[in-house]
Design a protein around this ligand. Structure first.
Ligand SMILES: [Zn+2]
Length: 361
């Protein structure tokens, strides 16, 4: 496989004003900057990022997620001293921004003075510095975060942590194939569903995949209880869901000795409420083909033990990346479709109530 390091041709790569350089933090780690270029179309100060100075293909590829301090459990804080911070340029508006603390936010407007952003909690604020993003083919949404841990395994593993780790690994695999990726959450902070969707919508991403792990326990099963929720009435969302269902179930079935659980009718399915709308916000809100993948049951002790391992996280990320590439590059239909379901969520998570923004600068 040839690893492409070059940003896509539709990226705006115009030079930026290098004034006020004393206020600008410099790129200090080449591999970090490399990762930013391969993660999404980020413009600005990157004088070292030519093919001549790039490390070999075996150099570490670091995702935006890693850059943003993923793995630290502190709410929001994500030091990013080596990010290339860029002044706002209204002639080249940003669509999303990596804030100086590594949080990715949608940009409402780029003025002469600042970036007008939507904060993770859905408020409006301004930032003077940031790293603009103008394109990302794939949006990956690590479910939950901050005060919303999602499911918690009997071993204490939280869904928010697991989802984010797999999202980062998936992003890295896609980047290695030259596919640009944005994460809707880069560390341990709350992001309401509306803002997650807005990040992908603003960037015009071609697809969005929300990564989750299920609870409570289903029924005992010989095979993984993977479920992928798709947009009703969207053939391309169904195809993406079918490809993810196919790849993830095949990949996880390779693990031996796991006591899987499942729900009746698990598969790639649409889930609608009594009004006939897609039941889940991360299915309903994105303006592109989107799916929500429940890879397995974190509430099940046997699966939770597996989910702690690097092997599981690598295998599931590889399956997701393979499915996404197949969706982008083939007409494969996918498989694992089952009967659509009616469900009326009780709400309670995913909104902005009680949301506390992380530090943004
Ligand atoms: Zn979840």
């Amino acid at each position: 496989m040839t690893v492409t390091r070059r940003a896509p041709s539709n990226c705006n790569t115009q030079a930026v004003n290098h004034g006020n350089s004393q206020a600008r933090r410099r790129l200090t780690a080449l591999f970090v900057g490399l990762a930013l270029v391969t993660s999404a179309c980020i413009t600005g100060e990157r004088p070292t990022l030519t093919d001549d100075t790039l490390p070999s293909d075996s150099a570490p590829a670091v995702t935006i997620g890693e850059q943003a301090g993923v793995g630290e459990s502190t709410e929001g804080s994500a030091p990013t001293d080596s990010l290339p911070l860029v002044e706002p340029d209204p002639s080249a508006p940003a669509l999303a921004l990596i804030t100086p603390t590594g949080v990715i936010v949608p940009v409402l407007e780029t003025t002469e003075e600042n970036y007008v952003i939507t904060t993770p909690c859905g408020g409006t604020s301004t930032l003077v510095w940031g790293t603009p993003i103008r394109q990302a083919t794939v949006a990956i949404d690590p479910g939950h975060g901050g005060s919303e841990p999602g499911a918690v395994g009997p071993n204490g593993l939280t869904e928010k942590e697991l989802n984010l780790d797999i999202a980062r690994r998936t992003a890295r695999l896609l980047e290695q194939q030259g596919i640009t990726v944005v994460l809707t959450r880069t560390a341990d902070y709350r992001v309401p569903l509306a803002v997650r969707a807005e990040i992908g919508n603003r960037l015009g991403s071609e697809l969005m995949v929300s990564i989750h792990h299920n609870a409570p326990n289903g029924i005992d099963s010989d095979t993984p209880g993977t479920e992928v929720f798709v947009q009703s009435g969207s053939d391309e969302s169904s195809r993406l869901g079918g490809l993810i269902q196919e790849e993830v179930v095949a990949a996880l079935s390779q693990f031996e000795g796991v006591e899987w659980t499942t729900a009746l009718g698990a598969g790639a399915i649409a889930v609608v409420n009594d009004s006939g709308e897609d039941a889940y916000g991360m299915i309903r809100r994105p303006e592109m083909p989107a799916v929500l993948a429940e890879l397995g049951y974190l509430s099940n002790a046997s699966e939770a033990s597996l989910f702690l391992t690097d092997e599981y996280r690598d295998v599931s990320a590889q399956a997701l990346a393979t499915a996404i590439v197949r969706w982008l590059q083939t007409d494969d239909p996918g498989s694992g479709f089952d009967v659509d379901r009616t469900f009326n969520p009780s709400g309670g998570t995913g909104g902005s109530e009680g949301c506390v923004d992380p530090l943004l600068e």
